[in-house]
Every structure is written in C-alpha cells, then in structure tokens.
Ligand binder design. Sequence first.
Ligand SMILES: NC(=O)c1ccc[n+]([C@@H]2O[C@H](COP(=O)([O-])OP(=O)(O)OC[C@H]3O[C@@H](n4cnc5c(N)ncnc54)[C@H](O)[C@@H]3O)[C@@H](O)[C@H]2O)c1
Length: 340
Amino acid sequence: MFILKLLVTGGAGYIGTHCIIELLNAGHDISVIDDLSNSHVAALHRVKQLTKRGLAFVQADLRDTAAVATELQRFQPHGVIHCAGLKAVGASVARPLDYYRQNIGGTLSLLAEMDRVGCHKIVFSSSATVYGLPKYLPYDEQHPTEPANPYGRSKLMIEHILRDWSVTHRDASALCLRYFNPAGAHPSGQIGENPKGVPDNLMPFLAQVAGGHRPALTVFGNDFETRDGTGERDYIHVGDLARAHLAAIEHARSNRGFQVFNIGTGRGVTVLELAAAFAEVSGRPIATTITTRRPGDLARFYADAQLAEKTFGWRAQQSIFDICADAWRWQVENPEGYSA
Ligand SMILES: NC(=O)c1ccc[n+]([C@@H]2O[C@H](COP(=O)([O-])OP(=O)(O)OC[C@H]3O[C@@H](n4cnc5c(N)ncnc54)[C@H](O)[C@@H]3O)[C@@H](O)[C@H]2O)c1
C-alpha cells in the first residue's frame, strides 16, 4: 500500500476529525492546520487515543501564509484535504465579507503554498448549498448551481478557483465533495459535533432536546409538499463522509483533473421521521414546536450520489438509525462537548 502524507486543514473540526481517523487507520500520515476558531484541541488528543497514532498540529489561520508555508515545506505532503472554513448560512448573510475573506482568502493562501512545494492534489469540502432551488430531483452534479447565500457562493467560487488552478499543473487533481447533510458521530462516543452556541444543524439540536438541555425541537413549517409536511433532507453519516475523503484522495493520487461529486445517500428523510428515529434509539420523547417556515427553506433536498460510486467506489452504508444512535452516544458521554 502507498502511504500518503496528507495535510488536513480544519482538521480539528467536526468533519476534519472524522476524516483524520479514517486516514490514520488507513495508514496515512497526517498534519493538521487549524486556527481552533470553531474547535477544540482536545478533539485531536482523542483522535490520537482512538487511532493510537501520532499526528502533527499547527495552530494557524490559513491566511497566515508564512505559517502555512513553513508547515508545507517541513511536511512535504502528497495531498491536502481542505475542510477549513466558516460554515453557517445565517452568519454568512449577516457577515458576507468575513465569509469571502476567510473561505476564499484561506484557499488562495493554501493553493499558493501548495504550488511552492509541488503538491497538486486536493480534496475540498464543498456543499450541496451550491445548487440552490431544485430544478429537478434528485440533484445530480449537472444540476445548475445558483447558491442562495454568501456561504454557498463562497463554496462555488472556491470550486471555480480549483478548476482554474487544476489546469495549470499537468499532475493536478482537485476533487470537490458536495456534502448533503452530515450528521452523527464516531461510534466510540469520543468524537462528535460540538457547535458553539445554539446549534445550526438539526441533529445536535435533537440530541440536546433528548438530553434535556433544550425543551423542544423547533420545526420550521409542516406545510411542505412532503410525506408529513416537514422538510426532507439527505442525512449522511459523518463516518461515511470520512470514508469518501479517503477514497477520493487515494483516487486523486493516480488521476488528474477537476471534478465535483455529490456525497449523500440518495434518500430523503423528513424532520419528523428523523425525530422519531432519534426518540426510538434514545428512548427519550422528543417534543416538537411547529413554527412558520424560514425564508428560503426547501421542501425536498437529496442527492444522486452515483458518480462517486462509479469514480472511486464509494457509497453511503449507514442508516438514519446509525446516525441517531452515534449522535446520542456522543451526547450522553459528552453533554458539555469537548469543553469538559
Ligand atoms: N457540517 C456541515 O453540515 C457541512 C455541510 C457541507 C459542507 N461543510 C463544510 O465542511 C467543512 C468542515 O465543516 P465542519 O462541519 O467540520 O465545520 P467545523 O467548524 O467543525 O470545522 C471547520 C474547522 O476549520 C477551522 N477553521 C475555520 N476557518 C479557518 C481558517 N481560516 N484557518 C484555519 N482553520 C480554520 C475551524 O476552527 C474548525 O476546526 C467546512 O468547510 C464546511 O463549510 C460542512
């Protein structure tokens, strides 16, 4: 087997930590650059304990070009998994310049320094938010891209940058993984999503309601055209997502070019179905409060993820019950997240 040296940006975050576990378990060597603006160094200690492997860590903002250059020159990676970035849709509407500055500025700094050390393989954390309103379902990679907020636009702009960059090097490979709705946690209960403040995503919100930290799940609208009137999304287990990164970077090693891939299950699950699954695995009732739709919320949003399977042999394996069981274990064992 070929052992890769891989730099993971944003590697202390929710998705980054799960990716690192997969990559370390596959035998690859890891260095992480993360400014810890939305994460805890304790997560990396737990990754080391779980995998019984070491890793390098540099606390730095990606826009600190000197820090990125120093680490890339030292580590000489074969490839980069680029997860670092700001990710809250609502905050991106309130603070668009921060989102463009961080997400795009960080990527430009990273690519310039990758060029300097001759590293031309990158897997990028993109998002299904690049699609915007559905022209048809399921979304495939040919679906038009019309993101409805600055966050989604920053992701699409980075995809354009990566496409342009990839044609400047004969050996370059830039794979953009458009995640649908990542959820769940590591089955050990040691690694999970640790949002600061009120959770932006449904799953940590559900876990906090089941754990008694919040009184009820707020459901935004029950009059959508779906099975039960609540919004339908494509929840993908974060462990499946991590395996997609492993498959993608190993594919990138021996291939070249720019490509985008949907990373989802191909199945939509409604808010109420997810709440029922969570109640079942946790044995706790989930109270719900129905309120009005949020502007821009879509009825149905799910992937056609066959291209990833055809290209690098990846498909989602875990069910909605696996997602809920792992999220619940993480919540029970870490009610205060990593801060405890
Ligand atoms: N979680 C989701 O629902 C979701 C969905 C689609 C796409 N994504 C994308 O996946 C990536 C990872 O998401 P996540 O859920 O793990 O988020 P996260 O906030 O847990 O992880 C992002 C990490 O990047 C770090 N970071 C942010 N800006 C940085 C910078 N300028 N320099 C260095 N480090 C920086 C943060 O400290 C954090 O550890 C993000 O790019 C996000 O946009 C996430």
